[in-house]
Design a protein around this ligand. Structure first.
Ligand SMILES: [Zn+2]
Length: 157
């Protein structure tokens, strides 16, 4: 279903308008069921107010592209993890000035190590977490000790 997929590739995340729902790995499946297009999504960070916005944006974009009969189903199990963000999505986050999540979410919870967060502006590893929460609860606020720029880090979950 390349056409419907390309429509979804242009549905941007409401919080980070440069990455699409496909880049973030939110879209888990796309199929035809009894005459309607079925979209299976796993929202990022449950509890994020953006979840409903994302579902509405997906439905609106598909309807506008001629997929009149669509059904969006949310599946919360297994929970979304930052591991599902595509390489392209990570590049886009970085270009937008947000440091993409480092490493695998599974390993992080086992070791509880602080990630080495790269500065998205100068690639320095010499960064400091200023606050647990950045512009949204899903991000942490960091500052680069080399170029002195503050930036958001997309938390690894
Ligand atoms: Zn820097």
């Amino acid at each position: 279903m390349p056409l419907a997929h390309s429509v979804l590739a242009n549905v941007m995340d409401p919080e980070v308008p440069v990455v699409s729902v496909v880049d973030l790995g939110i879209v888990r499946g796309l199929s035809w069921r009894e005459g309607h297009l079925h979209v299976l999504i796993t929202p990022t960070y449950s509890g994020c107010p953006a979840t409903e916005v994302i579902e509405t944006s997906i439905r609106d974009a598909l309807v506008q592209s001629g997929f009149v009969s669509t059904q969006v189903e949310q599946r919360l199990d297994p929970a979304w993890t930052t591991d599902w963000i595509t390489d392209e999505g990570r590049e886009k986050l970085k270009a937008y000035g947000i440091s993409p999540p480092v490493g695998s979410a599974d390993k992080r919870s086992l070791t509880a190590e602080k990630p080495v967060v790269l500065c998205p502006i100068c690639d320095s590893k010499n960064t400091l977490q200023i606050s647990e929460f950045g512009s949204t609860a899903c991000k942490a606020l960091y500052r680069c000790n080399d170029c002195l720029e503050p930036f958001d880090y997309f938390k690894c979950i």
